[in-house]
Write a protein that binds this ligand. Structure first.
Ligand SMILES: [Zn+2]
Length: 76
């Protein structure tokens, strides 16, 4: 398995979109490949940071408004 192929898998892996088999294959690759492991850790770090940022920039009122809009069935 080539490392260049792993990068896109790692993204799917982190976002939980990877199937069980692919996940196991990737995990076994990560355990033997320092480069991809660092890559995965970096992605994971930035992903959690981004989520924190998004939480700050999307206040509860705004999220409620969006939820109301999508629940309204598009009527105005
Ligand atoms: Zn690798």
């Amino acid at each position: 398995m080539r490392c260049s192929q792993e990068a896109s898998r790692i993204q799917d892996y982190i976002s939980g979109e990877l199937g069980r088999e692919d996940r196991m294959m990737l995990e076994s690759h990560l355990s033997g490949c320092e480069e991809c492991k660092t890559c995965a850790e970096t992605m994971l770090f930035f992903r959690s940071r981004l989520r924190d940022l998004f939480r700050v920039t999307a206040p509860v009122e705004l999220r409620n408004r969006i939820a109301t809009l999508s629940a309204g069935g598009g009527k105005s």
